[in-house]
Design a protein around this ligand. Structure first.
Ligand code: SER
Ligand code: ZN
Length: 515
């Protein structure tokens, strides 16, 4: 009917306007390229730069329903997306196994992804939204040509050593003198004397930085169900460096008999056989150490009375499977860390971070009296979740990560970037964790979190690298600590420490420490 067709034309004009709504530049919105009508089917060809196709389809449907409904009492029975494709810059690899993807073509620096037919139900599913978000992130990343790391110096200490006290590598000394022994790749056994040194620096940190600011000790689990890694993003961003754990398939020892008999007789433990008795990995080992904190407040409702929350955890190791560069105690697979966490309203979270920052500076500058610097870096929570957000220029009031670095004289002059070791960081995450974990305020106010990691091994190594093993060259607080808490005896056996020079080193160390 002529009137119906006329109403349709009006409807399509309105739909065209709806497709560019919200875009400053109309070119970025959607455009109706052509349309045709036959029987009861209206077909539209729509292209769009930034408006998602699912959103475009729903906008058209809503407008047509409104216009045709009010003027001609005609409804829209259903919407179907046919022959849709997404074209992106760069040759991007996407799994063909993803739902809704029919095929993928890459050519001449572009990727075309053809979608299955989608009905209205599919269009409303968040899975399509996530697929498009994924494609968008891949496009951005392809444009960067890989990972870009942001590093911007924000503060540094003055030069404290005209000539370094020492240029010895403390990793070598600790190993040769037998304070630590390599257990496996990136794992060490710390003898009581090594623990004594680790704790000396760490306890002073806790006493001078953590406790005065009112952080209270909690104990966090160290193996996490997969679901946690899905929420924090670790399973997407760092799956290549996480270590997983499996439960046994059964608790009944009899069901292991074939395997246990085999091991008894052969005295071998074949991993591929053992794997048959295990469930799939349902856990991963502690990675960022603050994950359980967000989990704890998940789905809880907080009020002003309960805020801010300030905790720390030092109860166990974290694990990172590093591909290369594992070295001494500096870069290990199993490491120990004091993880400081806090939760509050944005201004509380910023204030706590600022107080902590001041305390860290005092700790590095006065208490340990070291050469240090701080840099504004790619936030760990972006890096570890594989997100592609651009790192903003330094702005102390915004979410972001600050790294602490200490100079390692044995590695080279200060000018050499590689001669600095990142020993810790401090971050504000914004709502990066309160959102997925649904941590809410009873009056609907925004909640943010922050965390700070103190890597015990690294702080010790850097301290010893600058100040050496002789307490005469140590700052007063540490000397006092040593006087009040005498060191334990070292491990000396017929065959340990292994070398003559190692034994001599240990002798020298003990003379320093037990005066
Ligand atoms: N959780 C933070 C990180 O993994 C601080 O330790 O870097
Ligand atoms: Zn953390």
């Amino acid at each position: 009917m002529e009137e119906d067709l006329e109403a349709l034309r009006i409807g399509i004009d309105s739909a065209a306007r709806a497709l560019v709504k919200g875009f400053k530049d109309p070119e970025e919105g959607g455009r109706i390229e052509s349309w045709s009508f036959s029987g009861k089917v209206l077909s539209l060809v729509i292209s769009s730069r930034r408006l998602r196709i699912d959103e475009a389809a729903m906008r058209v449907k809503n407008v047509l329903e409104e216009v045709l409904g009010s003027t001609r009492k005609i409804g829209v029975r259903y919407v179907k997306l046919e022959d849709a494709f997404i074209e992106i810059d760069g040759e991007v690899r996407v799994s063909i196994k993803l739902p809704f993807i029919r095929s993928i073509e890459t050519a001449n620096g572009r990727t075309k992804i053809f979608l299955e037919v989608l009905d209205e139900k599919d269009l409303k599913k968040p899975i399509l939204l996530r697929l498009l978000r994924l494609l968008n992130e891949k496009e951005v990343r392809a444009g960067w040509g890989g990972k870009t790391e942001h590093w911007q110096l924000i503060r540094q200490s003055k030069i404290k050593f005209d000539t370094p006290i020492t240029v010895e590598d403390p990793n070598r000394i600790l190993e040769e003198a037998g304070l630590v022994k390599r257990f496996s790749i990136g794992q060490w056994l710390y003898t009581p004397l090594a623990v004594y040194l680790l704790n000396t620096v760490r306890d002073v940190f806790i006493k001078e930085v953590v406790q005065p600011l009112g952080f209270q000790e909690a104990v966090f689990p160290k193996i996490y169900p997969l679901e946690i890694g899905l929420k924090t993003g670790h399973l997407r961003g760092t799956i290549n460096s996480m270590i997983f754990a499996s439960l046994p398939k059964t608790y009944n020892i009899e069901e292991f008999e074939e395997l246990t008999d085999y091991m008894y007789v052969t005295n071998e433990a074949p991993p591929e056989e053992i794997a048959k008795y295990l469930r799939y990995p349902e856990y991963f080992l502690c990675f960022a150490q603050c994950e359980p904190f967000y989990w704890f407040f998940s789905n809880e409702l907080l009020d002003d009375r309960s805020l801010p929350i300030k905790w720390f955890d030092r109860s166990g190791p974290s694990f990172r499977w590093e591909s290369g560069g594992i070295y001494g105690l500096e870069r290990v697979i199993e490491f120990h860390r004091v993880e400081i966490v806090w939760l509050g309203k944005p201004e509380q979270v910023v204030e706590i971070r600022n107080d902590l920052l001041k305390a860290y500076e005092k700790f590095m500058d006065e208490i340990l009296d070291l050469e240090w610097r701080m840099a504004w870096v790619t936030p760990w929570y972006y890096e570890q979740s594989g997100a592609v957000e651009k790192v903003e220029e330094f702005d102390i009031d915004r979410p972001g990560t600050i790294d602490f670095e200490l100079w390692l004289p044995y590695k080279g002059p200060r000018e050499d970037r590689k001669a600095w070791l990142e020993v810790g960081n401090i971050s504000i995450h914004g709502t990066k964790f309160t959102e997925p974990f649904k941590v809410k305020h009873n009056k609907g106010e925004t909640l943010w979190t922050g965390c700070s990691g103190y890597g015990s091994q690294r702080w010790l190594v850097a301290f010893l690298a600058q100040r050496g093993f002789n307490p005469e060259n140590w700052p007063p607080i540490l000397r006092e600590y040593i006087e009040k808490n005498p060191p334990p005896d070292p491990v000396i056996t017929v065959t340990y420490p292994k070398t003559r020079s190692g034994k001599e080193l240990l002798d020298k160390l003990m003379k320093y420490l037990k005066r």
